[in-house]
Design a binder for this molecule. Sequence first.
Ligand SMILES: NC(=O)c1ccc[n+]([C@@H]2O[C@H](COP(=O)([O-])OP(=O)(O)OC[C@H]3O[C@@H](n4cnc5c(N)ncnc54)[C@H](O)[C@@H]3O)[C@@H](O)[C@H]2O)c1
Length: 318
Amino acid sequence: MKIMVTGGAGFIGSNVVDGLIEAGHEVVVVDNLYTGKRSNVNPQATFYEMDVRSPQISELIEEEKPEILNHHAAQMSVPDSVSDPLFDADVNIKGLLNLLEAGRKHGVRKVIFISSGGAIYGEADEYPTSEAYPPKPLSPYAVSKYASEHYLEYYRHQYGLDYTTLRYANVYGPRQAPHGEAGVVAIFMNNLLQKKKSTLNHFAEDEAGMVRDYCYVKDVVKANLAALEKGSGDFFNIGTGIGTKTLDLYQIIFEAFQEQIPAMPQELKTPGRQLARPGDLRRSCLVVEKAGLILNWKPETTLKEGIRKTLDWRSRQV
Ligand SMILES: NC(=O)c1ccc[n+]([C@@H]2O[C@H](COP(=O)([O-])OP(=O)(O)OC[C@H]3O[C@@H](n4cnc5c(N)ncnc54)[C@H](O)[C@@H]3O)[C@@H](O)[C@H]2O)c1
């Protein structure tokens, strides 16, 4: 099948491209390299350096005729969305609409849209949070992701353009850059490799930090493969159902380092502290049973395994 992946030069998108190519699909990547890297793009994919807001998107879709549009490109930083909500909406909403307009005119069958289960539910009363919980977004980024989900429903209703929305938890793994929603794994690893002290963000009432659901990127790739044929007109949490405090995450990463580098300075065992940033949530963790039932998907990698694999990859980069 021919699939266009936007954001395919970024962390998650490039892993998805690799997974699609490995499964025998033909892949076209669209990315403006805002945060992504050309070197992340699988050499077997056709690459277009293009902005998803560009008027040329329509011509490109008409010419390439992808059956599926997998939309990973986004302004994906919560703090940046707070400081510049107009830019967030421009990329995340206008970019999506530009693709949907082109897609419905030029025969795209289905859109796989990447939303954020880590952001859109807000400070949910139901914890861990299932898809039945009505989202209460608390940052411009979360608002733009949730609004996008409504646009998809509209395009399905109006034009019969199918979709599946994947609401990711905090994704980590190879190629993650130290920025964005779950950049914390990459940030901690970078600091430890450089033997620098890390800083843990927390709310005043709990110095062990926020709770997040960390999902390994290779598991996320499998959810994208499942969504090619399943989950029509529906949305799914993609995570692990396990919440981890930032301090516990740091300790798991530190232990993985100690196994690889026994002479790790002990003073790095304890990170420094700093108060949470605007838009940050106290806790988020996703119930993922619906993806199990309908997509036949479940997370397979434990946090410890995923961290070890990420560190193996990271160590080979320096
Ligand atoms: N990282 C996470 O934990 C997480 C969690 C939930 C949802 N998501 C979503 O997953 C997707 C991928 O995130 P990521 O972590 O891989 O981030 P990333 O920054 O590595 O990837 C985003 C990619 O989109 C590209 N891009 C940005 N603006 C663009 C534009 N206007 N036109 C074309 N390309 C553009 C970037 O260059 C980059 O390659 C995003 O939609 C993000 O919101 C990520």
